[in-house]
Design a binder for this molecule. Structure first.
Ligand code: SF4
Length: 304
C-alpha cells in the first residue's frame, strides 16, 4: 500500500507503528516493515512519517522512547504524535526529528496550534470540523504548518475526544513489555468501532422510548470541492485517509487528488472543478462501498 501511494503521486505516506496508532494491528506495521517502507520512500525522494498518535500511560513512555530510538537509528526522522509530553521528549532527544501533531490532538483554534508548536510540532492537523477562517488564522497567527484531511471518515464528536467505543469494549490488559492495551479506545491504541454510525434509540428523561433507528448527524469533512480554497489558504498538506481501503482504491484516490492539485496549482485562475466531479463521484462511490462494509463489521463486532 505504501508503494502504491507513492507510485500514484503521494509526497508523503503516514504509517502506524504497531500498538501505537489509532487502528487495529492489521493496519499497523512492525519496525522492520517501517524501515523497509522508509527506504522505498527515500529511493523515490519522498517522505515516510510514522504515527505514534495515541495517548500513553506514564509507564509506557520508556517503551515509546526505545521504539523511536530504534526507528531513528534506522533513519526515520518524521513522526506524527498526539501526546505533547512525548513530543517534547522526542524532540529533546533527537532535535533533528520533524514532528506533526495528529488529528487526535483535536486542534480547533489558534491557541491549540500554538500549544503544540511549543511542544515541538512544526505542523498540525486541523480537526475535521475546522472552518476555513480558523485555518487562515492558524496560518497567519500561529505560523505553523497546517494539514487537512480530505476524504476522511466523519465523526459525530470531535475525533480525539470521543470515548464512545470504550463504552462497548471495556477490556484492558498490560502485555509482557509493559504496553497498556485498551481495545475499545482509539485514543489509547485501540479501535474506533464507529458506534456513532449505528442506529440509536432516543429516550426521554423519564425513560420513555421516543424513537428508534435515529441517525446521529455526521457530515463534516472536506472533499475535492474544497481543495482550491485550501490551496489559497496556504494549507501545507492535503491528506487522504486510506489505511483501511484496498490498495487499488488507495491508488485511485491518490492519483485523482495528485492530478487535481497539480492542475489547480498550475492554473489557479483558469481552474474549474466541474470536469473533475464525475471522476470524483466514482471514487466516492467506491470508497463508500468499502467503508460501509467495514463500518457494519465494526459495529457487529462491538456489539457481539
Ligand atoms: S465513534 Fe464516531 S464520533 Fe467517535 S471516534 Fe468513532 S467515528 Fe468518531
Amino acid at each position: 500500500m505504501v508503494r502504491v501511494a507513492f507510485d500514484h503521486g503521494a509526497d508523503a505516506v503516514y504509517v502506524g507503528a504497531k500498538g501505537w496508532s489509532r487502528r487495529r494491528a492489521q493496519y499497523e506495521m512492525e519496525d522492520p516493515q517501517i524501515a523497509e517502507a522508509a527506504r522505498y520512500a527515500r529511493s523515490v525522494g519522498k517522505i515516510l512519517r510514522v504515527a505514534f498518535n495515541t495517548l500513553p500511560a506514564s509507564s509506557e513512555a520508556p517503551l515509546f522512547l526505545s521504539r523511536t530510538d530504534a526507528l531513528y537509528e534506522a533513519g526515520i526522522r518524521d513522526f506524527i504524535l498526539t501526546d505533547p509530553g512525548l513530543m517534547m521528549a522526542l524532540k529533546n532527544r533527537h532535535p533533528d526529528t520533524i514532528l506533526h501533531a495528529s488529528v487526535g490532538c483535536t486542534i480547533i483554534n489558534v491557541q491549540d496550534a500554538l500549544f503544540y508548536k511549543e511542544a515541538g510540532a512544526s505542523q498540525v492537523v486541523a480537526e475535521c470540523r475546522m472552518d476555513k477562517d480558523t485555518m487562515r488564522k492558524i496560518k497567519e497567527e500561529a505560523r505553523v504548518g497546517l494539514e487537512v484531511l480530505v476524504h476522511a471518515t466523519t465523526c459525530y464528536t470531535l475525533l480525539g475526544r470521543c470515548t464512545m467505543s470504550s463504552y462497548v469494549r471495556h477490556e484492558h490488559q498490560v502485555d509482557a513489555e509493559g504496553k497498556d492495551h485498551f481495545p475499545g479506545s482509539p485514543n489509547r491504541g485501540g479501535l474506533c468501532y464507529r458506534i456513532c454510525l449505528s442506529d440509536w434509540d432516543r429516550v426521554s428523561g423519564a425513560g420513555v422510548l421516543e424513537a428508534s433507528g435515529v441517525a446521529l448527524p455526521n457530515t463534516a469533512y472536506f472533499l475535492a470541492d474544497d481543495i482550491p480554497d485550501l490551496i489559497d489558504l496556504g494549507v501545507d498538506t492535503i491528506k487522504i485517509q486510506g489505511r483501511e481501503y484496498s490498495p487499488a482504491l488507495v491508488g485511485e484516490m491518490v492519483r485523482f487528488y495528485r492530478e487535481l492539485i497539480d492542475a489547480c496549482v498550475r492554473d489557479r485562475a483558469g481552474f474549474r472543478m466541474e470536469p473533475w466531479k464525475e471522476r470524483m463521484a466514482g471514487i466516492v462511490a467506491g470508497r463508500d462501498a468499502e467503508r460501509k462494509e467495514k463500518t457494519a463489521g465494526l459495529i457487529r463486532e462491538s456489539l457481539g
